[in-house]
Design a protein around this ligand. Sequence first.
Ligand code: MG
Length: 213
Amino acid sequence: MKIKVMDKVLAANDAWAEENRKFLAQRSITMLNLIGSPGSGKTSLLEKTIDLLGKKLRIGVIEGDIATSRDAERIGKKGIPVFQINTGNACHLDAHLVNAALKELCKSSRLNLIFVENIGNLVCPAEFDIGEHAKIAILSVTEGDDKVEKYPLLFSEAKALIITKLSLLSHTNFKLEKAEKDFRKVNREAPILRIDNISGEGFSGWIAFLNNM
Ligand code: MG
């Protein structure tokens, strides 16, 4: 019985995801779904990305959080359109919520790139299609190098893996080679980008990836 209910939820979600894909295609907008743990550096990655690309592309951001608008306030300071979704207790954004946010965000702005910062979590956000062009997995070196093995769905679906907080590597026992080898077991294609949000190390690869989307 539980499985049937879940099927219905996912079917309804997929219909909204299709709506979102149409909405984005009509406006030639690329939408990327950033997924990673709380504190993995998703918002910092966005801040730095906007600094580097905000003049070249018309960027908008949808922020997903259980509570608060702290991330939207941080992004808003960059002077770009941002919409905060608070899910209350839901552990992921679904396509219906994103549809409402997309309509709001595009009401007064013509955008060509939208980032969705999903709820900080490696599990549920990977299960819900929101109509994005690509899921981007964010993994910080402070989380431990076993996360790829423990949460394979996200890493198998990702179109890029971004390893953040590189400058802290020597203070952890995170083994880049192990994490990257585990990633290749579930994902043969997606590029692996090692970056540091503070120093900007590795951002040229990320910006090149975005320019090729
Ligand atoms: Mg954040």
